[in-house]
Ligand binder design. Structure first.
Ligand code: ASP
Length: 433
């Protein structure tokens, strides 16, 4: 059994959906679990809808809802010539149920409401794709991920209950494959990003969580491999939208890929690799534009890990230096206080450094979390900070052209170990005030 994962870009319009059907037809060689994201940028639009719902901005809600529905109906129209096809009714129903839900005022739990609303994206995309595959003669069954991936009720960032998930997957998906033993490649199609509580409420696993869904399903079914189909040729040593002359990393180890994802490489969701590593399930990253090419493979081999430098850029960073007001040293008591403030405000530290009298941390800038942290810390400490910075991480930096990377930037902080060099920099330093 294999698991394929298709992200939003791979199903963003009717042509893309047809391409996905072609890939499944040509590359599924046995039982296949297919995990699909919401179409195009639907999750972003649904997030805006949730905002409008909470602000009770009826006009905005109607506008966004109308756009999301029209976008999906257009794709359905392009895919299904028979206007009496059941899918028209199914999608109408899904949107009607959302519309009906939005009529009532929101409850107090924002994250709960978010998951209810935003999950619509994956629900409708998988309904459309399942119906289209059926029309193409591909044996498939649609599964609701909220009954497969069982989580706690930590809405928007739910934690997986592995045992319950394994049992649910065994109970639902495996009988389907058994029933279709004589079919060459039966497909179980389900939503990425979604899970459900034991009470049956839908949860989400965090933005970009569909890769993780694929890994969870692979782990629980002991799949032979996971393929993530992307709009890039595979795993690259840098984001081609940011860096020139990128190289394909054809074969790297789980450990190296975990490091890259941890430092902010966006190709793979950071939680994806651990479950795969645990069961030694290879992860392939392949291009849905060029499915015939092998792309990248991540597995237990370390051979190529130290060959090329990899570059990761994180923008919108804050560098905060913290000084005790009483000139005491930054010792354990102060550190533990600072860390618990970060944890309380949900701030993930990307880099830290201490001296005798100050402690500096670099973290992602956020509209609400950053001011909340600063407000709490400034009661006890003197603070100095810069915003809108960049964090540049270079793995295997020995062979990297460092000068070129730094052109026009001012280094505010540097950290180096045997494999990794990190800089917090001020971009466009010469233009800065
Ligand atoms: N649709 C969700 C998102 O855009 C999950 C995913 O695509 O991985 O974050």
């Amino acid at each position: 059994m294999k698991v394929f994962k298709f992200g939003g870009a791979s199903v963003r319009d009717a042509r893309a959906v047809k391409n996905v059907a072609g890939i499944i037809k040509n590359y599924a060689q046995g039982p296949l679990i297919t995990v699909v994201s919401a179409m195009g940028k639907t999750t972003n639009a649904l997030e805006k809808l949730t905002e409008a719902y909470f602000n009770r901005d009826k006009q905005e809600m109607t506008r966004i809802f109308g756009e999301i529905k029209a976008y999906h109906m257009n794709i359905v129209n392009d895919l299904f010539e028979d206007k009496k096809h059941l899918i028209y009714n199914t999608i109408e129903q899904s949107f009607y149920s959302l519309y009906y839900y939005l009529e009532d005022p929101p409850g107090k739990n924002y994250n709960f409401e978010y998951d209810r609303i935003v999950s619509t994206g994956e629900m409708v995309s998988t309904q459309i794709i399942a119906a289209y595959l059926t029309g193409q003669g591909i044996t498939n069954q649609w599964f609701n991920a909220s009954g497969l991936i069982i989580t706690n009720a930590n809405y928007r960032d739910a934690n997986v209950d592995w045992l319950k998930t394994e049992n649910a997957v065994k109970k639902h998906i495996l009988p389907y494959f058994n029933k279709n033993k004589d079919t060459k490649a039966p497909v179980a199609i389900t939503q990425g990003f979604l899970g459900g509580t034991t009470q049956g409420f839908t949860t989400t696993l965090g933005r970009e969580g569909s890769d993780y869904s694929a890994a969870i399903l692979a782990y629980t079914t002991k799949a032979s491999e996971v393929v993530i189909w992307k709009d890039v040729p595979g795993l690259l040593n840098a984001d081609p939208k940011v860096f020139e002359n990128t190289r394909l990393l054809q074969n790297i180890s789980y450990q190296e890929a975990i490091e890259l994802a941890y430092y902010g490489a966006t190709v793979i969701h950071p939680k994806t690799l651990k479950p795969l590593l645990k069961r030694n399930i290879p992860l392939k990253v392949r291009s849905f534009y060029r499915p015939e090419e092998p792309g990248s493979i991540i597995n237990q081999e370390f051979l190529n890990d130290n060959t090329y430098p990899s570059y990761i850029l994180k923008t919108k960073q804050v560098l905060l230096s913290i000084f005790p007001k009483d000139f005491s040293f930054i010792a354990e008591q102060n550190l533990s206080r600072i860390f618990s403030e970060c944890a309380r405000n949900n701030i993930k530290i990307n880099l830290m450094q201490n001296s005798a009298l100050s402690f500096s941390i670099c973290f992602d800038q956020d509209k609400t979390k950053t001011p909340a942290l600063l407000k709490n810390l400034e009661k006890i400490y003197n603070l100095k900070y810069n915003t809108d910075l960049e964090l540049i991480t270079i793995r295997h930096y020995e062979k990297a052209n460092l000068n070129e990377l730094l052109a026009g930037k001012e280094i505010l902080m540097e950290q180096k170990n045997r494999t990794t060099l990190q800089w917090v920099v001020k971009p466009n330093a010469e233009q800065a005030d």
